[in-house]
Design a protein. Structure first.
Length: 308
């Protein structure tokens, strides 16, 4: 006996009742505000950088920008307000095509259908990469239509999830110059600050939204979004991992890396990480300079893996 109740189907099987739900696409509305602001890197070598950013609260830009999360098939509306005196834009890489500028003091609504489940980068693509380097970047996450804990419908399952937005900034040659209205020499880029989720290592190694945490044999899906301008190799201690998606290309047979994955600029990788021995392990960018804040070790691209 099957009786439809809205989106619910009540299945009567003998003496057992099972309540099921059909996945229904939704309308997801987001609002972003573009402002100038500051990003503080604490600890040895730390500083306060001048940045530009998107934020969901007027006057409070954040770096990276807020992670926007939807389900596959949803209708997405993103309203972006430009509160700065120069042009900016909003582009979801490989999803949206409107790269036209938002005028100073203006706004624009971007409407599109959520693409296939996976991880995407959104950013300001204007100004020869300067806007993206200054902090105008974030992650756009698409979950399966049923919003389950799988990478995609019928894909690998996981227990925990982390999104790591990797970035780098050149304070003296780019941020300091751009923030005062100067002309940046884009042919010279020597980043001296490296972040995960906008955090230097001292903070990222204690941030519960960045650290990998769980019990033995639990699986963590790590979404790595490189919003920087350098390639970064991420080195996991404690165990190897499986690569399941590279730039939207799903690996039908996930392959195991030794312990390091290189993610080029504007690229994305999704990996499954499992620890089979309890302990505390580091995860860090496998380049000496990227492990520092203005040359001071260890306060760059690093976090912790905590398994019990």
């Amino acid at each position: 006996m099957l009786k439809k109740l809205g989106i619910y189907a009540l299945l009567l099987i003998g003496q057992h009742c099972v309540l099921q739900t059909d996945a229904v696409a939704a309308v997801r509305d987001f609002t972003l505000h573009i402002y100038s602001g500051d990003l503080t890197i604490t600890g040895a070598g730390g500083t306060t950088l001048s940045v530009w950013g998107y934020g969901q609260t007027a006057g409070l830009p954040v770096v990276p920008a807020p992670t926007l999360t939807v389900n596959e098939g949803d209708t997405v509306n993103v309203t972006v307000y430009n509160h700065r005196s120069v042009q900016h834009n909003f582009v979801v890489q490989n999803v949206t095509t409107d790269a036209n500028p938002i005028a100073p003091g203006g706004s624009k609504v971007y409407s599109f259908a959520a693409p296939t489940a996976g991880s995407y980068l959104y950013s300001d693509t204007l100004n020869n990469n300067i806007n993206r380097e200054m902090g105008m970047h974030g992650a756009f996450i698409v979950r399966p239509a049923d919003n389950g804990n799988t990478a995609w419908s019928g894909g690998p399952a996981y227990d925990h999830e982390r999104t790591w937005v990797i970035s780098d900034m050149d304070k003296p040659r780019w941020n300091d110059v751009a923030s005062t209205g100067g002309t940046v020499n884009t042919s010279v880029y020597k980043p001296n600050y490296f972040m995960i989720n906008g955090l230097g290592g001292f903070d990222a190694m204690m941030d519960h939204d960045t650290m990998i945490m769980g019990m033995m044999d639990e699986v963590t899906l790590v979404r790595i979004v490189n919003a920087g301008q350098f390639s970064h190799s991420l080195h996991f201690h404690g165990n190897h991992f499986q690569v399941i998606n590279i730039n939207g290309v799903r690996q039908t047979t996930p392959f195991e890396e030794w312990d390091t994955i290189n993610v080029p600029p504007m690229s994305i990788a999704e990996v499954l990480y499992t620890v089979n021995q309890a302990g505390e392990y580091p995860m860090h960018i496998h380049t000496a300079q990227a492990e520092t804040a203005n040359g001071v070790y260890l306060n760059g691209g690093a976090t912790m893996i905590m398994m019990h």
